[in-house]
Design a protein around this ligand. Sequence first.
Ligand SMILES: [Zn+2]
Length: 325
Amino acid sequence: MPSIDRRRFLRDAAATTAVVSAGGLAATSATPAQAAPTAAAPGPTARRKGAVSFRWWGTAGWRVDIGDRAVLVDPYLSRIDTGLFTGAFQTATPLTVRTDVIDGRVDRATTVLVTHTHWDHFMDVPYIAERTGARVFGTLTAYHLGLAYGLPPTQLSAVKGGEVLDFGDHSIEVVGSLHSRNASYSVAFPGVRVNQPPRPATIADLPEGDTLGYLLRVDGGPSVYFTGASDVAERNLTGLSPDVAMVAMQSATTTGDYLPRLLAGLDYPKVVVPVHYDNFETALENPPSVAETDRTRLNEMVAAIRRISPRSRVLVPEYEQAYHF
Ligand SMILES: [Zn+2]
């Protein structure tokens, strides 16, 4: 009963007990004016259909346009070469924000959601926040790193999981999650920042800093769950039941039952969108460049989703195409 006064409804219903029936209740106990909100209640897609678009920016990055507002998730457009995909990973790679790539794509942003603070999720965020004035949501580590880049504390919102943030025509629920493990059961650049560090200079200066997921619910539109890394604390997913899930691909198999636990925890979403499968050290051009081993992993992931959740549609996204759910 979303929009009528529940107590008044019950009181009126009580006054007309003699004629109450499932069909007659509204008609007999409410005046036309009272009944109107019920009649006018929007259907699931009535208000926002076509107005919400989702564009993948590679890695775990998204631009979501909701009316005249833009929500960004892990926007990483610089895609600098660290040697990660050529077998010569350099942990001392300097952080280089490519404004030439970013500026044309980020004309505006109201909200930036950060799943974790590794460079391929966070490196471009301070520049984007400064350019657009967007509010940045992330862990306490993201907060302290934002300060280190000179962002004002008033533009940074530290969250930990469990928060439900109301933006009027959409809401964002923060979900405590976990980072992927590599083949040796560890996490790259582990660690948190509990106070403001010096300004980061290399990719190693951006620690994982704990990992979050985000559920975006749009009024009269879809609910979409975003992940940034391939592990799951499935007990935190209870009741979220998103329509769509953006699911990071695993690059190691050291996390047991990742997809079965994630998809069950999310109640088998109608649409599952694999992300973080691309070589994010190449230009943002379709078709996405995918390392050979990752192509195999992606194919296995798609097959596994179909097996685990046969009713889900699997959508392997391309860069910057507008998807509507
Ligand atoms: Zn990461």
